[in-house]
Design a protein around this ligand. Structure first.
Ligand code: GLA
Length: 418
């Protein structure tokens, strides 16, 4: 990463915006649109598939082929390809002995499921008192960071600029939603301060060195290739993503890679390919280091399309990471039954996906330094009705587990009997 000279900001911005095909950012007093309410936890939606009636879940039958206890660990297997193996971690998972043991054995990278999101770290009372947006880490976040430090875990920071799980008061005069939305200049000041403090506070608390990547912007594009409406966008303008990476590049320590992270990524190839090329400084160097593929996938997803997207993104010369991998049975709004057949299909999907990635990494066509699952046990998953993870509800390894370890023999490729 290269640090910037503020004096050249205006000229570069003009170029970035022209490339982005917008002129909204020239308007210093943007008119916020109505459709910009940050929403609660989003579901990966809008997969361009016809909607079908969701099927009820059924009690899973016992699996036909017993799956053995595996001695291989994800961190060792992926480590052979130079990747960290990661999982998301909730406060519960950090405190529970069984999940702790599983994480210590298998993973060397952690992403906090919620505890570093904007609504956790932005403090309204302190912001009102200071007249500036104030970042402060809560005791549970500090406890989780300490657990990671004590157990030698590397951390992916998640996330700073997002339309969701972001308090609305940060966009208003006096940090109070009873007033008016602030204008572009004030919001840029707040954004700069927020990003600067994010990295400062981690350094002050002694945790900065554990972080190797940070999702600076999350989910800013829609599946139709347009930018998502949000308060960030309506107050600052369409260049808000460029601004976020400009500030992150300015304040993040060199060892932390700066990521853009999104879902339904395989449907956004064209828009991403154009857009990431605008996230550069005046010398043509990227302000961004990597692209996070959330990889909230479905067994009925088209793997060729997914790899075509990955190969196209790799052409940009940025690092790529799988940041939130889980593979649901079936497809969006058409949940697959947890039958032995569907679980085998899931095992095959994990195998094909991860094998395909590692082949690319080995060949040097994809640069990837981590692969993170969004959890590991179905019972703890945010999409548990789709049984998307590696351990079943009794904590037995699924075909998916073997597939993710690239053990073809146990990944569900044997004959499928219903
Ligand atoms: C998105 C976010 C994650 C998380 C999931 C749901 O993928 O990036 O932080 O909120 O949704 O758990």
């Amino acid at each position: 990463m290269r640090k910037w000279k503020l004096g050249l900001l205006t000229a570069v911005l003009a170029v970035a915006l022209a490339a982005c095909g917008t002129n909204e950012a020239n308007n210093n007093t943007p008119a916020p649109t109505e459709a910009v309410q940050p929403t609660a936890t989003p579901e990966p939606t809008a997969t361009p598939e016809p909607t079908a009636t969701p099927k009820p879940t059924v009690t899973p039958k016992p699996t036909a082929t017993p799956i053995p206890e595996f001695t291989q660990t994800f961190k060792d297997v992926y480590g052979e390809y130079g990747l960290k193996a990661g999982t998301c971690m909730s406060e519960y998972m950090c405190n529970d002995t069984r999940t702790q043991e599983f994480m210590k054995k298998n993973f060397n990278s952690i992403t906090f499921e919620n505890e570093l999101k904007p609504d956790y770290v932005l403090d309204q009372a302190a912001s009102k008192a200071a007249g500036d947006l104030v970042v402060s880490l809560r005791p549970n976040t500090l406890k989780m960071l300490q657990w990671c430090k004590d157990n030698g875990m590397a951390v992916r920071g998640h996330t700073i600029i997002w339309h969701s799980q972001t308090p609305q008061w940060i966009f208003y005069d006096n940090f109070d939603t009873s007033g008016n939305l602030v204008g572009r200049e004030e919001m840029l000041k707040r954004m700069e301060s927020y990003i600067k403090q994010t990295f400062e506070v981690l350094a002050e608390k002694g945790f900065s060195d554990m972080f190797y990547a940070y999702d600076v912007v999350n989910e800013a594009w829609l599946d139709d290739g347009t930018m998502r409406p949000s308060f960030w966008r309506s107050t600052i303008g369409d260049d808000y993503i460029w601004q976020a990476f400009y500030f992150a590049d300015k304040y993040a320590p060199e060892h932390i890679d700066l990521y853009y992270n999104d879902f339904n990524e395989q449907f956004k190839t064209e828009a991403f390919y154009e857009f990431f090329q605008t996230l550069k400084d005046e010398d043509g160097n990227y302000l961004i280091d990597g692209i996070g593929f959330q990889a909230h996938l479905y067994t009925m997803d088209d793997m060729d399309l997914y790899f075509a997207h990955m190969d196209k993104m790799a052409e940009l010369g940025l690092k790529l990471s799988l940041t939130e991998l889980d593979v649901c049975l079936g497809k969006y709004q058409d949940i697959g039954y947890a039958t032995d057949k569907n679980k085998k299909i899931q095992g095959q999907f994990y195998y094909d996906l991860i094998t395909g990635i590692m082949e690319r990494v080995k060949a040097g066509s994809v640069e990837m330094n981590s692969l993170t699952f969004w959890g590991f046990a179905d019972e703890l998953s945010w999409r548990q009705e789709y049984n998307p993870l590696l351990l079943d509800r009794k904590w037995n390894p699924k075909y998916a587990y073997a597939g993710a370890l690239m053990l073809k023999e146990y990944a569900g490729f044997d004959e499928v009997t219903e």
